[in-house]
Ligand binder design. Structure first.
Ligand SMILES: [Zn+2]
Length: 259
């Protein structure tokens, strides 16, 4: 094979779909080349040496051949498979959500090695952490920062005054929080409960090991999830499929638990 056409990259498999008789079409997030689509030929054959290395959420080292239409995986070596993510529907849905967010914010050629590291760390945390909702909120806030949409949580976006620990307002179109005076003047701005506001600010400004020890009440968790989701839906101008799935799964668990 022509050496010019080959390149090496680390990658995170975000998505895998069947293609043709025995091939898989992969969506891969890379640290320096952004999001790429590539073909893993023969990956669905039982004898394939690639098969186990290109499962969704696998951290993989790839040797890729540039193709005219699609790049082709020449070699794939799994560096970390994050197996627990495939063994629980809840964990899998959370990992899919991470994948869908990256897919939405990162395009081909979007170099973002810090987001790549954050994604790997987040998948590891989803395998192990006590509070996986907190893992996702940490990922959302820091992913938003790394793609240039960090919500302003410390100053009123209208008058730049520092926000006091009172009821302030969240307004996605303004990119963050409004003080009471400006929040009350804008009908679409919503008052944010104090615990929600405090946890948001804490998660945005502290490293994971300090965030991980927080004890967040269930109602605050639901509020945090809803607030960040409204902001993300506003930015993307659409809902995410994995979020619908996470909610459906939660309702089914509640029904089967008799809650
Ligand atoms: Zn203001």
């Amino acid at each position: 094979m022509d050496r010019e056409r080959l390149y090496r990259t680390d990658g995170l498999i975000l998505h895998r779909t069947d293609f043709g008789e025995a091939d898989s079409l992969l969506t891969v997030f890379t640290p320096h080349l952004g999001r790429l689509r590539m073909l893993a030929k023969g990956a669905r054959k039982p004898t394939s040496r690639k098969a186990g290395h290109v499962e969704p959420f696998t951290y993989v080292h790839l040797l890729v051949a540039r193709g005219r239409n699609l790049d082709i995986v020449s070699q794939a070596e799994a560096l970390e498979s994050f197996r627990p993510l495939r063994e629980s529907l809840e964990r899998a849905s959370q990992a899919y959500y991470l994948g869908e967010l990256i897919n939405s914010f990162i395009g081909e050629g979007d170099e973002n090695p810090l987001l790549f590291d954050l994604a790997l760390a987040t998948l590891a945390r989803l395998c192990e952490a006590r509070d996986r909702m907190l893992v996702l909120r940490f990922f959302e806030l820091h992913c938003l920062r790394l793609v240039g949409y960090q919500p302003q949580l410390h100053f009123c976006v209208e008058c730049q005054t520092q926000l006091d620990p009172v009821t302030n307002y969240f307004h996605p179109p303004s990119g963050g929080m409004l003080c009471p005076r400006h929040g009350e003047a804008i009908r679409a701005a919503e008052p944010l409960a104090m615990p929600t506001f405090k946890v948001l600010r804490y998660v945005q400004t502290h490293p994971w090991d300090q965030v991980a020890i927080l004890r967040v009440k269930p109602e605050t968790h639901l509020d945090l999830e809803a607030v960040l989701q409204r902001y993300i839906v506003y930015l993307l101008e659409r809902r995410l499929k994995s979020v619908e799935f996470i909610h459906r799964l939660r309702r089914e668990v509640q029904i089967s638990d008799g809650r």
